[in-house]
Every structure is written in structure tokens, then in C-alpha cells.
Design a protein around this ligand. Structure first.
Ligand code: FES
Length: 156
């Protein structure tokens, strides 16, 4: 339809950084009150030039294509940022090359921003070694729905 749709479709065709991160330093989950979609983001930090910066970011989404496209962009551009720099990023910056979101899709970007803020808010606390402190998004959803939801893992 417009440039945004094309760019979002391209980002969706090959989303980057999809999946849980077993050795993450921080994890955050957000749900959208507008549509009920959920997104979880994992962050791994490293030391670079005396600063603690994001080494890798990944996400899992039970959400619309726009949220997945934005999360794919955002997890790429978070690399090398300090927690403070990442915290300062709003939905407009997180969309990267996708450009500004159309009005109907703004909450999709906010969902990604909220998951990031939630991860940064965990203060870099690592989930349990077996992941027990941070259940997967699939587990959270199964719990919520009484286990009747069918989970289809996304291929990287
Ligand atoms: Fe819900 Fe996009 S429609 S996050």
C-alpha cells in the first residue's frame, strides 16, 4: 500500500533475533492493552571500552506483523548501546529503517518499547540458569489460557 507496508513486509519476511536467549542478563515482557498482543525481549550485556553495553538482544512475540518487524529492527539497533542510551529510545527511534509508524500501528511500536523498558527495569538481573525465574512467553500464555493455546515456534 505505502512504503511503510513494503518495508514492514520485508522485515517480516526475515525477522532478525527471534527466539529466547538462554544466557540473557535481562528479560522484559509487555502486553498491549489495545490489542492483547504480547512481546518479550532479552538483553545480553558486555564490557566495551570501559562501558557496559548491549551485546545482543532477542525477542519472542505473539503479536502482529508490525510488532515483529519493529522488534526485529529494534533488537539490531540496540547493539552497542548502554542501558541509558537504550532507555532513551522512543518508538520512533526503535522503528529504525521502517520509518514512522502509521497512526493505527503506533501501539505496536509502543509494545516493543514497553518490553525493552521492562527488560532494562530488571536491572540486568539474570534469569535462573534453567530459565525458571523467567518463564517463556509460551509458558506465560499457556498458563493464562489454561493450557489450551497451541504454540508454534518461530524458525530463525
Ligand atoms: Fe497489536 Fe500490533 S496490532 S501489537
Amino acid at each position: 500500500m505505502d512504503d511503510f507496508e513494503t518495508r514492514a513486509r520485508e522485515a517480516m519476511a526475515a525477522p532478525r533475533n527471534v527466539g529466547e536467549m538462554a544466557d540473557a542478563d535481562a528479560v522484559g515482557t509487555a502486553g498491549s492493552a489495545d490489542c492483547g498482543d504480547m512481546l518479550r525481549m532479552w538483553l545480553k550485556f558486555t564490557e566495551k571500552d570501559g562501558k557496559r553495553v548491549i551485546d545482543r538482544a532477542s525477542f519472542q512475540s505473539f503479536g502482529c506483523q508490525t510488532a515483529i518487524a519493529v522488534a526485529s529492527m529494534a533488537t539490531e539497533l540496540l547493539k552497542g548501546k548502554t542501558a541509558e542510551e537504550a532507555q532513551a529510545l522512543g518508538p520512533d527511534e526503535l522503528t529504525g529503517d521502517l520509518g514512522p509508524l502509521p497512526p493505527m500501528k503506533i501501539h505496536c511500536g509502543q509494545l516493543v518499547e514497553s518490553a525493552l523498558q521492562s527488560a532494562l527495569g530488571t536491572g540486568g538481573e539474570a534469569p535462573g540458569d534453567d530459565g525458571s525465574a523467567a518463564p517463556t512467553l509460551a509458558q506465560s500464555l499457556q498458563k493464562k489460557s489454561g493450557g489450551k493455546i497451541k504454540i508454534v515456534p518461530l524458525e530463525e
